[in-house]
Design a protein around this ligand. Structure first.
Ligand code: ADP
Length: 501
């Protein structure tokens, strides 16, 4: 059982005065065409501090009318020579300025993120560092977006150009609000697109502060627009808007399907990064201590609210009980507590809705006959805290083994041989990530090939690097983000034929 942190003034970080000032003025505005505008309807909505349930801030509830304005601004900016004619070198400088200004305001942004989504502050700092890294990485790309010359017939010169797609709607979730926005905005701007960002309704605040910083960094008006609001209104208006050329989405598979359907109205380009139910396979010869310590991170990082969570653990029957004991032991060193407490390794879930969802699976698992090996209840304190939870005696067809819970919950399923476990691991509608733990090199790579997943880890978990593609097989998504794959996703290819005589 994980311990609960005792909060003392010594371990609790102080709220940065800039954060306090931001929350006090909390702009209920949308960023459209470089201006801060109230929603046309005048509507607003509240977001909450999940560690207490208290209201944290108020944001403008944008909807279709605001998206219409944002599309006009984004189209104008897309066609404006200030942006369309910007040299690749200047685009690089602009992206570096964004990276630098985020870095200079890292603590402020991390605190807003942590207060709004419950991530431990140390993790939130790491997430904002990854925003800096993302803009720095994509700053290198504008000068490297090459076309090709092709060996066409004599008398013809054929070459290709990579051009921006146009106006891009980018809809992001609450678990990594700014980091998932950066994964989309970085490559979009590197390729010369313009953007309409819709943050999740649970976590709109960091995007607004980020928007202020973008203006300070000199991003031309209309190049990045930010429309806060609900998914069914602001989000849906983006997905079926005829003036938007591409949608990039990270979120649930359920909403991803709606987005794909809505985007057919004008055949938008679509990239989707969706849910997962990732298998984590522990063979008998694995380093069980390392596997247990890392696997705990795999299912508890960000309170399990990550799409790659290690939520299905297949353990060879000969080491099942030993691994289960080590996993529970590693969990005991995991500290659930206030996100601003330096000793905390797991904060609350993001919202009341998510709390209700995760706790309902505690009952579902028990009713299906699984045994709670650790946790299995809410934490008795204010806010949306639950205990990290391990279910044992699970079969792959139970709901807790099939459905994405999005909380710190994992299941242990015993297996006997390699072929069996590959079949079980792939027996899922998802295919985002997977991991294999073994000291047998041949087996490690054999299993990595056989697993149907966009990312496979060998003797590790959670490593994601900007240089490598990220995305899902099956219902975990369409397309890939990061590395040069995002450059492909944010460009159209034009083939030019020139007659030479
Ligand atoms: P999660 O399950 O992680 O909350 P969702 O898929 O519900 O993820 O939400 C991710 C993002 O999608 C959020 O910004 C949300 O507002 C948005 N969204 C939700 N429903 C829709 C919809 N019907 N159309 C477009 N965007 C939506």
């Amino acid at each position: 059982m994980a311990s609960t942190a005792s909060v003392t003034p010594d371990t609790l970080a102080a709220i940065d005065p800039r954060v306090a000032a931001f929350l006090k003025r909390c702009p209920t505005r949308l960023l459209i065409g470089g201006e801060w505008l109230a929603a046309r309807s005048g509507d607003t909505f509240e977001s909450f501090d999940p560690s207490t349930g208290a209201v944290l801030g108020t944001s403008a509830a944008g909807d279709r009318a605001d998206v219409d304005l944002a599309v006009i601004a984004a189209r104008r900016a897309f066609e404006d020579p200030v942006w369309s004619g910007m040299s690749p070198h200047d685009r690089t400088r602009l992206l570096l300025r964004i990276a630098n200004i985020v870095e200079a305001n890292l603590e402020e942004l991390a605190q807003i993120e942590s207060l709004n989504n419950g991530a431990p502050l140390s993790f939130a700092r790491a997430m904002i560092t990854s925003v800096v890294d993302t803009f720095t990485y994509y700053a290198g790309w504008p000068t490297k977006i090459y076309g090709e010359t092709n060996p066409s017939v004599p008398g013809i010169l054929n070459y290709t150009l990579r051009e921006p797609v146009g106006v891009c709607g980018q809809i992001v979730p609450w678990n990594g609000p700014l980091s998932s926005a950066a994964w989309k905005i970085g490559p979009a701007l590197a390729c010369g697109n313009t953007v309409i960002l819709k943050p999740a309704e649970q976590t709109p605040l960091s995007a607004i502060r980020f928007g202020e910083l973008l203006i300070e960094a000199g991003v031309p008006p209309g190049v990045v627009n930010i429309v806060t609001g609900m998914g069914e209104t602001a989000g849906a208006a983006i997905t079926d808007h005829p003036g938007i050329d591409k949608v990039g989405f990270t979120g649930s598979t359920e909403v991803g399907k709606k987005i794909l359907a809505a985007s057919t109205s004008n055949l938008k380009r679509v990239t989707l990064e969706l849910g997962g139910k990732s298998p984590n396979i522990i063979f008998a010869d694995a380093d069980l201590d390392a596997a247990a310590a890392t696997s705990v991170q795999g299912f508890c990082f960000l309170s399990g609210q990550i799409c790659v969570a290690a939520s299905r653990m297949f353990v060879h029957e000969s080491v099942h009980d030993a691994f289960a004991a080590k996993l529970a032991d590693s969990l005991a060193h995991f500290t659930v507590g206030d996100p601003f407490d330096a000793t905390t390794t797991m904060g609350p879930l993001v919202s009341r809705e998510q709390f209700d969802r995760v706790t309902s699976y505690f009952a579902i698992g028990r009713a299906d006959g699984a045994r709670v090996a650790a946790g299995g209840a809410a934490v008795d304190r204010p806010g949306y805290y639950v205990q990290p939870t391990i279910f044992a005696g699970v079969s792959n067809d139970m709901r807790i083994a099939r459905e994405e819970i999005f909380g710190p919950v994992t299941v242990l399923i015993p297996f006997t041989d390699e072929d069996e476990v590959i079949a079980l691991a792939n027996q899922t509608e998802f295919g985002l990530a997977a991991a294999v733990w073994t000291r047998d090199l041949g087996r490690a790579h054999r299993v990595a090939r056989a697993l149907k997943a966009g990312t496979v880890w060998i003797n590790t978990y959670l490593h994601v690097d900007l240089i490598s593609p990220f995305g899902g097989y099956k219902q975990s998504g369409i397309g890939r983000e990061l590395g040069r794959h995002s450059i492909d996703a944010y460009t159209e290819i034009k083939s030019v034929y020139a007659k030479l005589d």
